[in-house]
Design a protein around this ligand. Structure first.
Ligand SMILES: *[C@@H]1O[C@H](CO)[C@@H](O)[C@H](O)[C@H]1NC(C)=O
Ligand SMILES: *[C@@H]1O[C@H](CO)[C@@H](O)[C@H](O)[C@H]1NC(C)=O
Ligand SMILES: *[C@@H]1O[C@H](CO)[C@@H](O)[C@H](O)[C@H]1NC(C)=O
Ligand SMILES: *[C@@H]1O[C@H](CO)[C@@H](O)[C@H](O)[C@H]1NC(C)=O
Ligand SMILES: *[C@@H]1O[C@H](CO)[C@@H](O)[C@H](O)[C@H]1NC(C)=O
Ligand SMILES: *[C@@H]1O[C@H](CO)[C@@H](O)[C@H](O)[C@H]1NC(C)=O
Ligand SMILES: *[C@@H]1O[C@H](CO)[C@@H](O)[C@H](O)[C@H]1NC(C)=O
Ligand SMILES: *[C@@H]1O[C@H](CO)[C@@H](O)[C@H](O)[C@H]1NC(C)=O
Ligand SMILES: *[C@@H]1O[C@H](CO)[C@@H](O)[C@H](O)[C@H]1NC(C)=O
Ligand SMILES: *[C@@H]1O[C@H](CO)[C@@H](O)[C@H](O)[C@H]1NC(C)=O
Ligand SMILES: *[C@@H]1O[C@H](CO)[C@@H](O)[C@H](O)[C@H]1NC(C)=O
Length: 474
């Protein structure tokens, strides 16, 4: 299948399907075409069955490998007609776009042998060091996450772990769904990513990534099924995404290099963890991030910074965001905080990163707990701004409050009474047009608007700040 001659035969067979302009249709060699034309290859022409029972891995990979690699190739669309294509890991290459049509599902295998040897290549779809690659088509990529549940539990499912292989440790030893590692111009659009066994869409050391019109669905009780994890990557644009999942929804982190210029707009999010979470892996800088026009519903935490490893964070804007946060089982990180900004050393030997130039503009929150802003001795929070915010506090679940959450690491969970905004280790905090409302119907004493940790808060200003009780019908 992969010999050049066979590839040529396939191209000849398929050439009538290509949309050649009429005036050039007689041109026999592609090299003479004025513009590179897209090629479309269908996996069914390479033997894919699409019955959801037989593995189509080889057919799919042959199709990808048959995409022409020589110029003037533009994009090679690998087409999946309606059907269910069970597969082991498939590897994308430059200039290839998977076109998973509406009615088609790419179904990830659930066996260890379906994935490469190296744990860091465990994905259903993996693009490595590729440029101009993508996934689209209106169909679904499904990781069969529920098949990785060892024991269902409404608090938190217990998941299968492939750690016995020694490839990875702990209980986070499962395949991710889609990975772009070291890629340039990766694009994911108009596709549904469903039921990842572990992280869903993983962008690692990439440049110029565009993700839009993507819907992500993960089981609400399964741990680690993050929505989009962006790692050590520059210039990432996420827009019009819909994420409904158990673990963190949009999660930029740094392990080996910085994150510069990430923008996420026009998204809807529900999660049992953090909707937006910076960190917790934060070894390098995060700078120039914008989150705008985002709706966060029924989540355990709204906008979160969990900086733990010494990386510095700066120039971050959150604007036009509606947040509703509530308590869930405390085994999930989060304490119903609409806004949570923390930097502390993960372990006693970890470095402390600073957070500066952070602004929150036009934020409406309905939440069961207040805002938590906590720097640390060597990792100050500086120049924070809250502008135009309506914060409404009320209780609607029966989970007990009264704990602040420094996890992961640091001081862990600490008993501390709730407050509208808790502040510690802050240098420069400007509050303007902020309106706090308190429900008078609540099952615990909870009416402290501002909680300053003495002598760690400096240079603050409050302009047009208001806090009062309101009557709640109940
Ligand atoms: C991708 O590039 C990195 C860095 O150059 C290299 O270490 C890695 O082996 C490459 N991976 C593949 C599959 O080519
Ligand atoms: C392997 O994973 C299971 C949970 O799935 C966990 O209980 C166990 O501690 C893990 N073992 C190792 C060596 O990480
Ligand atoms: C991102 O930009 C920084 C600064 O220019 C650079 O050091 C880093 O290597 C870039 N990362 C990628 C993945 O291109
Ligand atoms: C980030 O964006 C800024 C402003 O558009 C630009 O000057 C800078 O080069 C970008 N950084 C990287 C690493 O691409
Ligand atoms: C905000 O995002 C929603 C999608 O979640 C979109 O329908 C709406 O047009 C966006 N609003 C603006 C002002 O861009
Ligand atoms: C937030 O709620 C207000 C009032 O209901 C609405 O006008 C606005 O469009 C919402 N914005 C987002 C981003 O959900
Ligand atoms: C963070 O900033 C501090 C102070 O400027 C600096 O010492 C430290 O090296 C920075 N950390 C990283 C990971 O760049
Ligand atoms: C806050 O509420 C006031 C009064 O209802 C309203 O005028 C304003 O637009 C709201 N601001 C935000 C950011 O939701
Ligand atoms: C905040 O909301 C106001 C009123 O809706 C709007 O005029 C302004 O542009 C918004 N600010 C930002 C930064 O989006
Ligand atoms: C919090 O206080 C309760 C009793 O008020 C105690 O049982 C619990 O151990 C404390 N938790 C922590 C983390 O200190
Ligand atoms: C006080 O904080 C504001 C921002 O909140 C900042 O612009 C200003 O420079 C700070 N002033 C001093 C004296 O540090």
């Amino acid at each position: 299948m992969t010999t050049p001659i066979l590839q040529l035969i396939f191209l000849l067979i398929l050439s009538p399907l290509r949309q050649l302009p009429p005036s050039k249709s007689a041109t026999p060699t592609r090299v003479q075409l004025p513009h590179p034309l897209p090629t479309t290859l269908s996996v069914t022409d390479f033997g894919a069955i699409g019955d959801g029972i037989h593995y189509d891995t080889e057919a799919i990979q042959s199709t990808i490998n048959s995409c022409p690699t020589t110029p003037p190739t533009k994009t090679c669309h690998v087409n999946f007609p309606p059907g269910i294509y069970l597969t082991a890991t498939i590897h994308l290459k430059s200039n290839v776009v998977l076109n998973i049509q509406e009615g088609a599902t790419l179904l990830g295998g659930t066996k260890l042998e379906d994935y490469p040897k190296e744990f860091n290549r465990w994905y259903v779809v993996l693009a490595e060091n590729a440029s101009d690659v993508g996934i689209t088509g209106g169909g679904v990529v499904d990781g069969q996450g529920l098949k990785f549940v060892k024991r269902f539990n409404e608090r938190k499912n217990v998941m299968v772990s492939w750690n016995s292989t020694g490839a990875c440790l702990g209980d986070e030893c499962r395949p991710r769904l889609v990975g772009f590692i070291g890629c340039t111009n990766a694009k994911v659009w108009n596709v549904r990513l469903s039921e990842p066994a572990y992280w869903c869409l993983h962008i690692v050391r990439c440049l110029n990534t565009h993700i839009y019109d993507v819907s992500i669905y993960g089981d609400f009780n399964s741990p680690n099924n993050d929505g989009i994890d962006i790692e050590d990557s520059n210039n990432t644009l996420i827009t019009r995404c819909h994420i409904d999942t158990g673990d963190d929804a949009i999660c930029p982190k740094t392990y080996t290099g910085p994150i510069y210029n990430l923008t996420a707009t026009d998204c809807w999010i529900r999660t049992k963890s953090s909707a937006i979470k910076l960190g917790s892996a934060s070894w390098f800088e995060l700078k120039g991030l914008v989150f705008d026009n985002i709706t966060i519903v029924d989540s355990h935490r709204g906008l979160g910074l969990q900086i733990r490893d010494g990386g510095n964070v700066s120039d971050i804007t959150f604007s036009n965001i509606n947040i509703s946060t509530r308590y869930y089982d405390p085994s999930w990180w989060g304490r119903a905080e609409p806004i949570y900004v923390t930097t502390c050393p993960r372990h006693s030997s970890s470095k402390e990163g600073s957070i500066s130039n952070l602004q929150f503009i036009n934020i409406t929150a309905n939440s069961e707990n207040g805002v938590f802003l906590s720097g640390s001795k060597g990792g100050l929070l500086s120049n924070l701004r809250f502008i135009n915010m309506n914060l409404t506090f009320r209780r609607w679940t029966n989970y007990p409050g009264g704990l602040v959450d420094y996890r992961p690491g640091c001081q862990g969970l600490v008993n501390h009474s709730s407050a509208g905004i808790i502040m510690e280790h802050i240098e420069g905090f400007e509050v303007e047009n902020v309106n706090m409302r308190w429900s008078d119907y609540q099952n615990e004493l909870w009416d402290n608007p501002l909680d300053f940790r003495p002598s760690t808060v400096n240079n603050i200003s409050f302009l047009n700040f208001h806090s009062a009780l309101y009557k709640q019908m109940k």
